[in-house]
Structure formats: C-alpha cells, structure tokens
Ligand binder design. Structure first.
Ligand code: FAD
Length: 464
C-alpha cells in the first residue's frame, strides 16, 4: 500500500475518498494529507449552496456516499425527518450537511485504526514527481507523499468568446454564478437579466434570483432554447430489454446508429426516461467503445440532447419555472451569443445570432453565463492544472474533457504512460469515462482508487 497519500480537493469527491480510506483497517497505518483549498472541507460547489431552493437532481435513495451503503443519505435524511421518502428530491444544503458529518466522523475515527490525517486548508499549486514519490507545493511550503489523487471538480469557468474585458470588469457580466448567487441581495428594481445557457445551473440561478429580485425580468438564450426535461414525480424501474439495446450499440459504435437505436427504444418504452436511466450503468463502457472521431461528433451534435434528458429537473422545480414563464417573468430564445459590450449608459449590450439568420441587439443590467462545466485543462488559469500541463505531469484530453487517463483513474504522463502513483476522480475523468460528475459515479471511483492505494502490491511503488 501507499502509506502516505495526498488528496487534493475540497468537495464531495475528496470527502468520499478520504472517508473510504480512513474507515478501512490496513496492515500499516495510513498518513493522509488532505488539501482542501479552503476552510470548509466536504461540500464543494454543488453542496455549498445555502439556499433551500436548490434541490438535488437525484432522488434521495440514490445519493449515498459509499458503494457499500447506497441508502446512507436516505437514512440520514429520515433520521431528521421520518416523512422523507426515497423518491424525494431534497435540498443540496442538507446533502452538504450529510457529507460533512460523515467525513468529520471518519476523521475522528481514523485514530482507532492507527491512521492520521493532516487537513491542509490551502490549494495545492504544484505536483512534482520525485525519486521517492510526489512533492506537492502550496504557498511557500511543500510536502511529500507516496501517491496523490486529484479531486478538484471542474475548472473555473472562462468567459465566452466575444465578451469585452470592460463588460467583465464592470461586474455585470458574471462568469461564475455560485459566488454571485451567494452574495446577491434583495433588489426591487425592474432589472433586465440575461442567462446564457439553459441547463440545471441556469434553472438554479432563475429560481434564486427571481425571489431576491422580485421585479426583474429574465431572458435565457441557448442554442436550442430548451430547458432540462423534468423527472416524473414517482421513480420508475429502468427499461429492461434484456440488454439488446446496449449490445446493438456496442456492435456498431457510430453516433448516427446509436441515435437511431435510442430513438427506436424510446418509442417502444412506456416512458423515454426509463431508457435513458437504463443506460446509466453502461454509459462509461459505451463511451470507451466510441472512437475519438465519434466522441467529438457526440460532443458537437448530441451532447445537448443527452444532457437535458439525463440531468433532469425535479418536478417541483419544473413547476416553478413553468409558473415564471406563465407570469411573463421568464422568456427563452434560441440563438448564439456573438458579443457583449459595456455601453456608455453602463448597461450591457448583447448581440446574438438569430436561428433564421441576422442578429438581434438587446440591453441588460446583468448577464450570467451558465454554459456547463469547464474541464479544458489545456486552456485554464487554474494554477495547479496549468503547472501540470506545462511541466508534462499530465496530458490534456484532446477533446477538452479533463486529463487523459486510464478508466480506473491513473493519469497519463506527458508521453501517454500511466503514472503509478497519480490519480484523479470526478470531472477530470470525463474524457476517459464521459459520465464522471455525479455521486453515483464518484462513489464508485472513490472505492476503486482507495482499493488501488491500499493494495499490497503497491508496497514496492511506495517504497521507491
Ligand atoms: C449545481 C450543481 C448541482 C449538482 N447536483 C447534483 C445532484 O443532485 N446529484 C449528483 O449526484 N450530482 C450533482 N452534481 C454533480 C456534482 O458535480 C457532484 O455530485 C459533486 O459535487 C462533485 O464533487 P467534486 O468534489 O468532484 O467537485 P467540486 O464540488 O467542484 O469540489 C472540488 C473542490 O476542490 C477544490 N479545489 C480546486 N482546486 C484545488 C486545489 N488546487 N487544491 C485544493 N482544493 C482545490 C475546489 O475549491 C472545490 O471546493 C451537481 C453539480 C452542480 C454544479
């Protein structure tokens, strides 16, 4: 086993891995350095929201932290409120409380297994492989570990092309919605707000700001103008065709064929959601079967449709969005943002291309960008990821989907060889796995990486 392990990241993925490691009895004690990037460890971006309006988009019964205990969150929620059901969509804040309480417990119990944990409340800024392991730098300090795991979530969002620097400097163009939402105050002015992108984050922004800004009007602009699909109120069993759909897709790893097969399957199913949900255990291996050219086609042409079918809104959230639309407070349009500039009057002038040709120009008080996770390691200002790319410690995924990696989490070095003692879990593995951001996938990765870190055959690597 690797005796001294470093986990880098302060969110749900890092908390899950830390707990997996600390709650196992090992032949020798484990020393864990956990670089959390800040004082709060375990919540990360998704579960750090203080808002009760921000709900999980996965039912409570499926949000357990460990593979060995998938119902763990439901048990926790029912201990607080016995009326909670497994099919409920609960507040993400409650999930953050759950994660924190579980990881605090694991840290407290670590001593009884002989393990010790050093929580470093700073961001790791460099990773340098050395003769006897890996040296992790933060501020003016550095520390050695036998192995390290990156669990840093997605990268800071970058402004879309066409956004003027002055628009960003004005503070009216928001590239990262989460800190903005956390500090947005009650404002009763008739603000004009544009949201660019129409995924689940856009929906969170809309629900939160429509309450804090009761007289604001919200426009949303996206390529297709469509909201995420809603979940059904009751959970339904995944579609079962005896594996025929998956086998037929494996036989012909071609995007056009796959779309046809999926369309046929959804037409036969009672509800299309059961087909999408039935694919979940297979999406990672199907993705691996797809040649790079087909993956690129998927990302360009089919990703938006897959995302809105796969990452759905809880029914009560869908009802709130529909009510805002019916009241005329929220409108959606199809189109592509071309430019955003700061006008002399201080508002933002947004030019967007219309689907039928031509442009439209509108003025807004605030523009909020919510265009999905950024995992482009080649073009990022994230200090650690930048250093790793520049120094050839890891190789960017060619499609901008994190780092090139073996599906089990080993990162590839600058020459495409797996590094024995450097791993990632979560969003940085999207290139290797595609589905790699939600808890059901993350807990499986955390279990697999913990197994590898503690495996006896790694003793030699650790001693090197
Ligand atoms: C709004 C939203 C809602 C979601 N809802 C759900 C849901 O309902 N169900 C579900 O299963 N999934 C959901 N997800 C997916 C979600 O991404 C995962 O469930 C999970 O939160 C990912 O955790 P993470 O630790 O990988 O990433 P993050 O939550 O992004 O955490 C990464 C952490 O690492 C820190 N960090 C970054 N760089 C460094 C560094 N150099 N050193 C130290 N620390 C660093 C960051 O500051 C951050 O705190 C949601 C995602 C979002 C964005």
């Amino acid at each position: 086993m690797f005796q001294k392990v470093a986990i880098i990241g302060g969110g749900a993925a890092a908390a899950t891995l830390a707990s997996e490691l600390l709650e196992r009895r090992t032949r020798q004690p484990l020393h864990l350095d956990w670089y959390t990037g800040g004082p709060v460890a375990g919540r990360g971006v998704a579960y750090g929201t203080p808002s009760q309006r921000h709900l999980l988009n996965v039912r409570a019964a499926s949000m357990g932290m460990f593979v060995s205990k998938p119902g763990g969150f439901l048990e926790y929620a029912q201990s607080l409120d016995p009326t909670v059901k497994g099919s409920d969509f609960l507040p993400r804040r409650m999930y953050g409380d759950f994660l924190q309480s579980r990881v605090q417990q694991a840290v407290k119990n670590a001593g009884s297994f002989g393990h010790d944990v050093n929580i470093v409340p700073f961001a790791a800024e460099s990773i340098i492989p050395s003769d006897d392991g890996i040296v992790i730098g933060y501020g003016d300090e550095s520390s050695r570990a036998d192995a390290a795991v990156l669990a840093i979530g997605s990268l800071p969002p970058r402004p879309l092309p066409g956004v003027e620097d002055a628009a960003i400097a004005s503070g009216r163009y928001v590239t990262d919605p989460w800190p903005f939402l956390a500090s947005a105050e009650l404002d009763e002015r008739p603000l004009r707000v544009l949201v660019i992108g129409l995924g689940l984050t856009a929906v969170d922004v809309l629900l939160e700001l429509s309450t804090r800004w009761p007289n604001a009007h919200f426009d949303a602009l996206s390529r297709h103008g469509k909201l995420p699909e809603p979940h059904l109120a009751a959970a339904s069993a995944p579609h079962d065709d005896g594996g025929e759909l998956i086998e037929s897709m494996r036989d012909d790893p071609n995007l056009r064929v796959w779309m046809r097969r999926l369309r046929d399957a959804t037409e036969l199913a009672e509800d299309w959601r059961t087909v999408v949900d039935g694919m979940r255990p297979h999406t990672q291996s199907l993705w691996r079967d797809l040649p790079m050219r087909e993956r690129s086609r998927f990302l360009r042409h089919a990703r938006w449709a897959w995302e809105r079918a796969r990452h759905r809104m809880p029914p009560q959230v869908a009802a709130q969005v529909a009510a805002l639309e019916a009241e005329g407070r929220f409108t959606r349009s199809r189109g592509r943002m071309r430019s955003v500039r700061l006008s002399l009057e201080g508002s933002l002038e947004v030019v967007h291309a219309l689907p039928g040709g031509g442009d439209s120009t509108d003025a807004y008080d605030v523009v909020i960008q919510t265009v999905g996770l950024n995992t482009d390691t080649q073009r990022t200002e994230h200090p650690l990821v930048r250093q790793m790319v520049i120094d050839g410690i890891a190789t960017p995924d060619p499609l901008g989907m994190g780092f090139a990696a073996v599906p089990d989490g080993h990162l590839l070095d600058g020459n495409g060889r797996p590094r024995a003692n450097l791993f990632a879990i979560g969003s940085l593995l999207r290139g290797a796995l595609w589905e790699s951001t939600a808890m059901p996938e993350i807990r499986k990765q955390a279990q697999g990486v913990a197994d590898m870190l503690l495996a006896e055959e790694n003793a030699r690597a650790a001693a090197r």
